[in-house]
Write a protein that binds this ligand. Structure first.
Ligand SMILES: [Ca+2]
Length: 348
């Protein structure tokens, strides 16, 4: 059964990739395309205030999500970037990778970047009244930006939830000023990297009144962002030279010097082991950016907030607290918009 689902998901992935390559070759003027790729008419809306919280050095999707945000500044009013760490050895590496992407995207001097937590919510929460507690730079920035304006701040979190939970613990008033959109969880099945990196933060936020949108991952399933895959060949063909070019090159995490994000994207894919035939991998975090840009690119439903106990989801049908679940992502529209964004970045 498991194999069948994986096989079916793979078949769908190949079908979507095939459609995408076909449309890239043939042009995109059909009615079908016009119905699917609806992002072009979003520019008339006022920009969405957004703060991006990321374990940037984890794999290779945070970097593409961040570049996608920075290249959509007609849609997003980016208040800043905060980082956390979901793997050893340190949040310093996540900070360094976020700094690279900001520099490569010609945004380093404009967008604030703040370092957050290495540890978990339960490890740090007892320290938040002390000056300079772990992650305080990011946590205090999240609070300041949440409280700074009347318009809602979208906390777009694509790593563990520690920084956000600490911010809410320190300043409960942000619950009425911000909305959490989190890329994580295999819900309703157990496991997933961001979730497992700090379940104490996730449960704290599920039990809070901060609006909570869960953008599902669902490893191996066609209904989660795991299905929003890109092939290595697509990246190698389409990304070289993309994005603004900077005068002072940046050294990549695998070495080498780069003066634009597109070339660095190629380098990240060349240095990453990936499965499949053809080799491909999901751009989970980028899909979360995409559905904030255009909520029509996935399906959403409201459910009573569940809780995660001892490695299992526990449903709470009587819970008055509702959360939003995002699933069934429009892979074609999201990937088409990603490459369009890379071709034509909007920097202001
Ligand atoms: Ca991430």
């Amino acid at each position: 059964m498991k194999f069948y689902i994986r096989y079916e998901a793979m078949q769908w992935g190949i079908l979507f990739l095939g459609l995408f390559i076909f449309s890239s070759t043939m042009g995109c003027s059909s009615d079908q395309y016009n119905r699917q790729a609806t992002g072009h008419n979003l520019q008339v809306q006022s920009p969405k205030r957004i703060l991006f919280d990321s374990d940037t050095n984890n794999e290779i999707d945070d970097q593409h999500a961040l570049a996608c945000l920075l290249f959509n500044q007609d849609i997003f009013d980016i208040e800043g970037i905060t980082v956390n760490s979901t793997k050893e050895p340190s949040v310093d590496l996540d900070y360094a990778e976020a700094e690279r992407i900001l520099k490569l995207s010609k945004s380093y001097s404009e967008i604030p970047l703040h370092k957050g937590a290495d540890g978990t919510f339960n490890e740090i929460r007892g320290q938040i009244d002390q000056p300079g507690f772990e992650g305080s730079e990011a946590v205090n920035f999240i609070i300041e930006q949440s409280m700074a304006a009347e318009e809602e701040l979208i906390l777009l979190a694509v790593g563990k939830l520690t920084n956000i939970a600490l911010a809410l613990e320190k300043e409960p008033a942000i619950a009425s000023k911000a909305r959490l959109v989190w890329l994580g969880s295999n819900y309703p099945e157990p496991g997933e990297h961001n979730q497992n990196a700090d379940t104490t933060a996730m449960n704290y936020l599920l039990n809070s009144d901060l609006p909570f949108d869960m953008v599902t991952v669902r490893y191996g399933k066609p209904s989660g962002t795991d299905a929003v895959k890109v092939t290595k060949a697509q990246i190698l063909q389409r990304m070289p030279g993309k994005g603004p070019h900077i005068s002072e090159p940046v050294e990549g995490r695998h070495g080498g010097l780069f003066n634009n994000f597109g070339d660095y994207s190629v380098n990240l894919f060349e240095n990453y082991q990936m499965d499949g035939d053809p080799p491909s991998r999901p751009l989970f975090d980028m899909a979360a950016v995409a559905i904030v840009k255009n909520p029509e690119w996935a399906e959403s439903k409201q459910i009573p907030g569940p809780v995660y106990i001892e490695g299992e989801w526990v449903e709470r049908p009587e819970n008055q607290r509702m959360i939003t679940i995002w699933e069934n992502f429009h892979i074609y529209s999201i990937m088409h918009d990603f490459f369009q964004t890379m071709e034509n970045p909007q920097m202001e």
